[in-house]
Design a protein around this ligand. Structure first.
Ligand code: GLU
Length: 280
């Protein structure tokens, strides 16, 4: 069996907060317990929101917390050709189409009362552009996955959750994928990729055996496993942890700078204090 490999994959769009500390330390501890390796990956595909000083702060905060990882660190902004290649493979299978719908186009199209279900990425795409061909794709288009065709090709999607929250084997049938996930975006306009595509390609390239991350990404897992199947990549196991909440029980958002690790550090907190605050 491959030796245990996991990762922490933050986006440098703001300071790391207590929720990130919890996620990173959980992944690091699991790697240590299994005699495996913990990797750091910088998810910076959204160039408009990522900043080098946030990235520097990530390294600094994580080192301060006592975590270490092998260098060099993978950065998604260096990986665009790998994502383009994966997208080309999916296009060659006839599973993609260009889409120029805006968010408000989608809202308007699903305004009929029986529609408007939401999935991991918000409203389930109503399929307005599904008839379009890749030969028409231009810079103003996103690229979507035709979910019905994709699941027809690979059948049910299944993965093992070994974390404490949804433990067990999860199997999603093609119809369920179509109705609860829909035609997800594989490449955002002007970006050439998406969170789902990059994460799937990178986890495989890095040989990740177990994905440790917050349960807010649990519903996205079926998309990643489907992409693994379509691209002939190995399926990892998953460990989704609960989310750190504030005193009002609200989950901490990236923007919740009040919980930034850097602020606690400035106030004199120790790494042990941070671990205690997140219950580790
Ligand atoms: N980059 C994602 C985030 O900032 C995490 C991706 C993952 O762990 O799959 O939340």
């Amino acid at each position: 069996m491959a030796s245990y490999l996991t990762r922490f994959a933050p986006s440098p769009t703001g300071p790391l907060h207590l929720g990130h500390a919890y996620s990173a330390v959980t992944a690091f501890n699991r790697a240590q317990a299994q005699g495996g390796t913990f990797l750091l990956r910088i998810e910076d595909i959204d160039r408009s929101r990522c900043r080098p000083d946030w990235e520097a702060q990530i390294y600094d905060d994580l080192h301060w917390l006592g975590l270490s990882w092998p260098e060099p660190v993978m950065r998604q902004s260096d990986r665009l050709p790998a994502y383009a290649e994966a997208l080309d493979r999916l296009a060659a299978l006839g599973l993609t189409y260009p889409c120029r719908c805006t968010r408000s186009d989608i809202r308007a199209a699903v305004s009929a009362p029986q529609e408007g279900a939401t999935g991991p990425d918000g409203l389930i795409y109503p399929g307005t552009c599904r008839h379009r061909s890749m030969s028409e794709a231009g810079p103003q288009d996103a690229i979507r996955l035709n979910m019905a065709k994709a699941t027809a090709l690979v059948g049910p999607v299944s993965f093992h959750e070994i974390g404490p929250l949804h433990t067990g084997l999860h199997v999603l049938q093609p119809l369920q994928m179509k109705d609860t996930v829909g035609d997800v975006v594989l490449a955002r306009r002007d970006m050439g990729t998406s969170y789902h595509l990059s994460v799937t390609v990178d986890d495989a390239t890095q040989g990740i055996t177990e994905v440790v991350r917050g349960v807010d990404l649990f519903d996205a897992t079926a998309i990643h496993v489907l992409l693994q199947r379509l691209l002939d990549l190995p399926t990892t196991t998953y460990w989704h942890h609960d989310l750190i909440r504030d005193d009002q029980g609200k989950r901490l958002a990236k923007r919740d700078d009040a919980r930034a690790i850097a602020l606690y550090r400035k106030d004199g907190a120790s790494p042990a204090d941070i671990r205690a605050m997140v219950g580790l």
